[in-house]
Design a protein around this ligand. Structure first.
Ligand SMILES: [Zn+2]
Length: 231
């Protein structure tokens, strides 16, 4: 309990990304999910200029467990398992000595524009961490507990079958309910992430962590404002 409290009190800002592609998508939804490689690179440059480290959730968990200082950490997360996260985001992360957590929707692995299992394993090999993001990318709060169980457990099992022990989870669309949290207490999940704070239930804070969404329209000034409260 004490460890959990320390974990949550020290929690760094958590950024949420989706696609990283130099090609601007023609449709509105695609554009809302996509930033350019130059934008990601500029944002990581900014973190470096502030002596902030871009880390994965697992980096944070390990540092916290070892009682190391986590005050200079910013957690980077990428949702949905798009192929450009391997082709475009990974080289930029590595060039900046940054890590990130990639939340994978296992039913989409290998599909058009999505990561393959080999790429996911390579991400992990390069120091990135992998978390769950359901089997079929459905809003958990709209499902019965049994169907939620399938989405959560099926995802974590598919990852495990590929040698990936995921101990973090992100809710598709950010929605969850009490049944979701009850399921997660029986899974080896340390932390679970929503999108914005409006989804919080105020029940189990370790399963209700809000993230800051970085969009194509997020200017550098807006990005910098994410960190005004940090030292
Ligand atoms: Zn998603």
């Amino acid at each position: 309990m004490q460890l959990l409290l320390a974990l949550l009190l020290n929690l760094p800002a958590v950024l949420m990304y989706h696609q990283v592609d130099s090609h601007t998508p023609p449709d509105k939804i695609g554009r809302a999910l996509t930033i350019s490689p130059a934008q990601l690179s500029d944002e990581l440059d900014y973190l470096e200029s502030r002596h902030l480290r871009g880390v994965s959730v697992d980096d944070y968990l390990q540092a916290n467990a070892a009682h190391h200082d986590t005050g200079d950490m910013v957690i980077l997360t990428f949702d949905d398992g798009y192929a450009d996260q391997y082709t475009d985001a990974l080289p930029i992360l590595l060039a900046h000595h940054a890590h990130a957590t990639f939340f994978i929707t296992t039913g989409n692995v290998g599909r058009r524009n999505h990561l393959t299992w080999n790429q996911i394993i390579r991400l992990q090999h390069d120091g990135m961490s992998i978390g769950g993001h359901s089997v079929q990318h459905v809003d958990l709060a709209s499902l019965s507990p049994a169907r939620q169980q399938f989405q959560i457990d099926g995802c974590l099992t598919a990852l495990r079958d590929h040698g990936i022990d995921a101990d973090t989870y992100a809710y598709p669309g950010g929605t969850f309910n009490r049944a979701t949290e009850a399921i997660l207490t029986k899974e080896p999940v340390a932390l679970a992430f929503t999108t914005d704070p409006s989804h919080r239930l105020g029940m189990r804070p370790q399963f209700e962590i809000a993230r800051l969404r970085v969009k194509d329209v997020t200017t550098m000034a807006a990005f910098q404002r994410f960190f005004t409260k940090l030292k």
